[in-house]
Design a protein around this ligand. Sequence first.
Ligand SMILES: Nc1ncnc2c1ncn2[C@@H]1O[C@H](COP(=O)(O)OP(=O)(O)OP(=O)(O)O)[C@@H](O)[C@H]1O
Ligand SMILES: [Mg+2]
Length: 169
Amino acid sequence: MANRMSPFAQWTITTQTAAETEFVASQLSRYLEGGEWLTLFGELGSGKTTFARGLVMGLTGQKTAISPTFLLVKGYLGRLTLLHIDAYRLEGMAPEEIDRQIGLRDFGDRHSVVVIEWADRVLPLLPQERLEVYFEHLPEGRSLRIRAIGAKYERLLQRWKESFYGKST
Ligand SMILES: Nc1ncnc2c1ncn2[C@@H]1O[C@H](COP(=O)(O)OP(=O)(O)OP(=O)(O)O)[C@@H](O)[C@H]1O
Ligand SMILES: [Mg+2]
């Protein structure tokens, strides 16, 4: 259940600049295998799109990623297909209605990765197992509090951390 936490299930990092947030995300992209759900939480301007941009860069080499706020979903073809969703405008919409309109539950197969901004607005539609990233404003920069739910995501988080600290952690 939610209280079971392995040593690899959580990680908090701080980034001073948007470029650092992009770099951290592009590092994560190296360890994605397909089928992952990456769920982003945090207030306006906290760095969610910046993080998604780093994933796009890492997976496709494309330098720009627009926010899909007015599109809901934007896809990027690369080593894996990245589906970038922005659920901001879905506040107050019933989960069944969201699912009927954009088919969220059907997203993500073993060749694609789903990244969702404002994931709290579609919580009932998300798989139980996922990587969660909570973004917060700091006086200087942002904090990224990462939580892995499920064995696959714990392994992913472990690899991602090792890319920063080496295997000793
Ligand atoms: N350490 C940092 N990480 C990410 N963004 C940063 C950082 N420091 C400053 N910024 C700036 O903060 C803003 C973050 O915007 P971004 O669009 O990524 O946020 P968001 O969480 O997607 O917002 P929204 O909720 O409106 O979608 C950008 O202007 C970026 O340059
Ligand atoms: Mg955004």
